[in-house]
Design a protein around this ligand. Structure first.
Ligand code: NDP
Length: 424
């Protein structure tokens, strides 16, 4: 069904949920759950972690109509930062008009490692282990038979001597799971045979979050006409965005902020789907440093002849649709409902596309109006709320604040006090 999203941002939360239900984008049970505002019962939270006291809620928003590989997605975003959802919605709209995102899942396996040390003859140990490759892969699989039954399992192993260590790597097809516990179980099961084969000791056996066997690429091509109606301004913007992309390649101070902007979107969706966002962040930041210095994850290239701006980003995306807390948190089930129950590869493609979209919005704002123009309006609303404004006062205080020279909480409090005096 084609949905008209115009005015979605102007509705209140109950109206937005109602619209999603009416358009068949949210099942009744999930609509009820989100509408009830009781998305995580304390009893469930108490099972998910330890020493639980309460739950901490965050805004759960929607970025509509994200076009990836020809399919439209309604994307749940969990974020506390003002302007992230607005920026993603803006980028999603522009990129959809330009044809959307195209993605490529290069592979989907997780890597784990066993750090061996005090191995007297590393070359000999490597040869001996590689001779037993088939048996070792079988032993790993026997330690976690259910993933083999699901079509996954241990796929490859290799070794690298690094200073004091001989490091053993195992690559596993974890199917729909992220696979930390799977890998750890398999690795621990083959630690003893490895110690026997090498005569060395094992320091640790653990999954690596540097998921280079789970790389995903997202690309988009944006016509200059979507950057600005003014031809010269559109050209200038494309040139500046290309330059901004280069800046993030040469300066780690900029690269860190460039990538943080990408993670504004990625983390919001990773959180909404109940995935381990620390794992995704750790892998991506390691990948950003793969050439020896920390760089921007995305690149933007202007093609003045075709009047097109090309965006591209590749990063590890070890995302899951099963396992961990995914089946426990009821709001996560609502997220998967909104997303149309994607498989892990499809979800990974969407997440990388979301990161690229967020980056597009940030760079466009930075090289044109500056980031504060969009931020200040929303920041003013936050300050009004912090000052204690309620109902209609919020918009009134925010609007007065945006024209003041000092833009802070004290000014917001003064404006609110004046407003309340006038109303008496
Ligand atoms: P789980 O231990 O939850 O294992 C995956 C579960 O999903 C299994 O119970 C599996 O069932 C089930 N499952 C159902 N359908 C499928 C399917 N189609 N494909 C795959 N699995 C399926 O999770 P992971 O091993 O993925 O580990 C992730 C968790 O580990 C996260 O909570 C993470 O935070 C945590 N963690 C992360 C670490 C890190 O990142 N370094 C380290 C340690 C833990 P069955 O057993 O029947 O196959």
């Amino acid at each position: 069904m084609k949905v008209n999203w115009t005015g979605f941002s102007k509705k209140n939360p109950a109206e937005r949920l109602q619209m999603l239900k009416e358009k068949g984008l949210l099942q009744d049970e999930h609509w009820q759950l989100l509408d009830s505002q009781q998305t995580l019962p304390l009893e469930t939270a108490n099972q998910m972690s330890e020493n639980v006291l309460a739950t901490l809620a965050l805004p759960y928003s929607l970025v509509p109509d994200f076009l990836v590989d020809g399919k439209s997605y309604q994307v749940p975003f969990v974020t506390e930062e003002p302007s992230v959802v607005a920026a993603a919605s803006f980028a999603a709209k522009i990129i959809k008009r330009s044809g959307g995102f195209e993605t490529e899942v290069h592979k989907r396996q997780m890597i784990g490692q066993i750090a061996l040390y005090q191995v007297d003859n590393a070359d000999r140990a490597i040869k001996d282990i590689l001779m037993k490759k088939k048996e070792l892969l079988e032993q790993a699989n026997q330690a976690y038979p259910s993933i083999v039954a699901r079509g996954g399992g241990a796929r490859d192993l290799w070794l690298e001597p690094k200073e004091d260590f001989l490091i053993f790597y195992l690559s596993v097809d974890t199917q729909e799971a992220m696979g930390a516990n799977m890998l750890n179980t398999m690795l621990e099961a083959i630690t003893l045979p490895l110690k026997d084969l090498t005569g060395g000791k094992s320091l640790m056996a653990i999954l690596s979050n540097y998921a280079t066997d789970s790389l995903v690429t997202a690309r988009c091509v944006i016509g200059y006409r979507f950057l600005s109606r003014d031809t010269a301004e559109a050209e200038l913007l494309a040139d500046k965005m290309q330059l901004a992309s280069k800046l993030a390649q040469v300066d780690p101070y900029r690269a860190a902020t460039h990538n943080k902007g990408i993670f504004n979107g990625i983390d919001a969706l990773v959180l909404a789907t109940g995935n381990d966002w620390r794992a995704v962040e750790a892998g991506a930041h390691a990948y950003a440093s793969r050439e020896g210095s920390y760089r921007g994850l995305s690149t933007w290239t202007a093609d003045p002849d075709k009047r097109q701006l090309h965006g591209q980003m590749t990063l590890p995306m070890p995302i899951a649709t099963k396992g961990g807390s995914i089946g426990l948190n009821p709001a996560v089930a609502a997220s998967f409902d909104l997303l149309g129950q994607p498989q892990a590869k499809e979800l990974a493609s969407l997440i990388v596309s979301v990161g690229l979209a967020q980056n597009f919005a940030a760079l466009k704002a930075l090289v044109s109006t500056g980031i504060q123009a969009g931020h200040m309006k929303l920041q003013a609303k936050s300050l009004a709320l912090q000052a204690g404004a309620q109902g209609e006062e919020i918009a009134a205080v925010a609007s007065c604040l945006t024209v003041k020279k000092t833009f802070n909480l004290a000014t917001a409090q003064e404006i609110l006090a004046d407003l309340r005096k006038q109303d008496k």
